[in-house]
Design a protein around this ligand. Structure first.
Ligand code: DC
Length: 231
């Protein structure tokens, strides 16, 4: 059973450590980690840099028209132990997590054509299995047949504080209030959008990590993983 490679879907709220968790799981299992939020962020960055977003207003038709010119790929970076994201050959990993991108990404990710393109890419990337994919619709839309689905959440203020620490450590000039507002408004936008809203798949297991360390989350995960793999 050890060589049974599965698909692990991790969905949940913004800034609750999904990527950190997914990355740690992938490293532990020797799986590929795919951060689908990075893909929506990369499209948003491209739209910002190419005039499809003005003063926070997203021109949906312009974004849709750009999609054929946006070529996204991931390349493994051994220093980070994870893949970096590239758009048309340019490394954009460092540019996609700014507050500017965060403030526009919900609007961009609610465009049907954007979702169609990215979901198709994600399904392609999972064909060989042995992947941990994190996002909002992985267990519900991208891989409804995933063997293990986790729905992550945490208290919004705890999430804002974590993201605030991350951004200020990088030198970003942001306030905790700005981040809190972004976290809460993205939850709202992600859960109420018309297409593929964030929701827990019926067969997903909830992980509230407000009070949990990464090690505790990993121990929790390994128990569930071993159950699935021994079935
Ligand atoms: O995981 P993240 O916060 O980096 O994701 C950025 C945004 O992308 C998030 O606000 C919602 C959107 N997203 C999505 O709609 N579907 C996904 N599978 C992943 C992210």
């Amino acid at each position: 059973m050890d060589n049974k490679r599965i698909i692990i879907a991790i969905d949940g709220h913004s800034s609750c450590g999904k990527s950190t968790f997914a990355k740690a799981i992938a490293a532990r299992l020797g799986y590929i980690f795919i951060d689908t939020g990075a893909m929506y962020r990369a499209v948003t960055l491209y739209a910002l840099e190419h005039g499809a977003i003005c003063s926070g207003m997203v021109d949906e038709a312009a974004v849709e028209a750009m999609l054929d010119h946006i070529n996204i790929d991931f390349r493994f970076n051994p220093q980070r132990g994870a893949s970096d994201i590239y758009v048309n050959g340019d490394l954009v990993e460092g540019k996609i997590r700014t507050i500017e991108v965060s403030n526009c990404v919900s609007a961009v990710s609610s465009i049907a054509a954007v979702r169609r393109k990215l979901v198709a890419m994600q399904q392609q990337m999972g064909l060989k299995r042995g992947v941990v994919m994190d996002g909002r619709d992985i267990g519900t839309v991208v891989f409804p047949e995933a063997e293990l689905k986790i729905y992550m959440t945490a208290d919004p203020m705890v999430r804002a504080e974590r993201r605030f620490k991350e951004l200020t450590a990088k030198g970003d000039k942001v306030t905790l209030e700005q981040i809190y507002e972004n976290v809460v408004s993205r939850d709202e936008a992600d859960m109420t959008r018309a297409i593929s809203p964030l929701r827990k798949a019926d067969d997903a297991i909830v992980l509230d990590n407000s009070q949990m360390s990464v090690e505790e989350q990993m121990a929790w995960f390994m128990e569930r993983y071993n159950e699935v793999i021994s079935r």
